[in-house]
Structure formats: C-alpha cells, structure tokens
Design a binder for this molecule. Structure first.
Ligand SMILES: Cc1cc2nc3c(=O)[nH]c(=O)nc-3n(C[C@H](O)[C@H](O)[C@H](O)COP(=O)(O)O)c2cc1C
Length: 160
C-alpha cells in the first residue's frame, strides 16, 4: 500500500479568513486521501516538521504589512527552515494597495525560500476565490513528491 501523504496546516487567524482558507485546504487534501493535521499557531502543542511531507503555513497581514508576532514566535520555535513549506495568506488591498497586500505571507515565503509562490486571498476565500485556493494547492502537490522526506538545516532566524 502506498503511504498517505502527510500534510500539516499551521495558521493564525483573528477574524476567521485565514482559518477558512486553512479549512478549505484541509478539505481538499483530505478528499484526495491525504492525512492532514491542523495546527493553530500560538495554541496547538509543538509538532515535528520532519513528520510531514508538506507544511502549509497561513498568516494574515497586520498593520503596514507587518507579520503577526505569533507567527514570528512560531518561526523561532521551529528554529530551522524545512524545505517543504508553502505559505498562504489573507489580507485586504484597502490597507495599502498591492504593495502591502498579504505582505506577511510574501515575506514568510521568502524567509523559508519556499519553492512556491504564496497564495494571496482578499478577505474570505469563500466564493470566487475558492478556485484560486484549489489551483494553488494542486500546483503545490504536483511538486511535493520531489521534496518529500528531504530536510535541510539552514539555521534559525526570524522573518522581518
Ligand atoms: C489594523 C489592520 C491592519 C491591516 N493591515 C493590512 C495590511 O497591511 N495588508 C493586508 O494585506 N491586510 C491588512 N489587514 C487586513 C487583514 O490582514 C485581513 O482582514 C485578514 O483577512 C484577517 O485575517 P483573519 O480573518 O484570519 O484574522 C489589516 C487589518 C487590520 C484590522
């Protein structure tokens, strides 16, 4: 039997948009037979990144493009850069246009040298943006087997 792909979805959400995105991603992966664990940043107990074939990290963007402190702490707790991190984020263009839109997600993807462009969702993913979520996770999973099982210790640090 082929072992199930193991996916961890870690996210931070205050008002629910990033959580909704995380749940859509979880449903999509589970419907395709993957084993999914959810991790609420700042709440769930620590996990071992090496247990997973893919780690999805979701964050909203805070004032003037800032990364939420909880996400910075999460990154420090992990303490190294797993090579199989894909980032998704929610934000709102009304807070600073394209320059600041989902900037925390973009910075996080850069920090992890993520092989995938971050998914950027305007507010809630429900409705027309659900297609974007699906397209993004499909693309990520196409590549995942290439990265599965590999790890690379490149030191610790913190995103801006
Ligand atoms: C005070 C404040 C500042 C914000 N600044 C930004 C920002 O600079 N860039 C951005 O894309 N979104 C910004 N947002 C929008 C949130 O990132 C967006 O509402 C997000 O979907 C919230 O995620 P959550 O529902 O998971 O908590 C800001 C929201 C608030 C309340």
């Amino acid at each position: 039997m082929v072992p199930k792909l193991k996916v961890l979805i870690a996210y931070l959400s205050y008002s629910g948009n990033t959580k909704e995105t995380a749940e859509l991603l979880a449903s999509w992966c589970r419907a395709r037979g993957m084993a999914v664990d959810m991790h609420e940043i700042g709440i769930s107990p620590p996990f071992s990144p090496r247990d997973y074939d893919l780690i999805l990290v979701g964050t909203f963007t805070w004032e003037r493009g800032a990364t939420p402190e909880e996400v910075k702490d999460f990154v420090l707790e992990i303490g190294w850069k797993p090579p199989n991190v894909a980032v998704f984020g929610t934000g709102e263009t009304q807070f600073g246009g394209d320059d600041l839109f989902c900037l925390a997600a973009r910075k996080l993807a850069k920090f992890y040298n993520s092989p995938w462009e971050p998914l950027k969702i305007e507010q809630s993913p429900r409705g027309s943006q659900e297609k974007e979520v699906e397209k993004w996770i499909e693309g990520v999973l196409e590549d995942v087997k290439r990265f599965a099982g590999k790890s690379e210790n490149v030191g610790s640090g913190s995103p801006e």
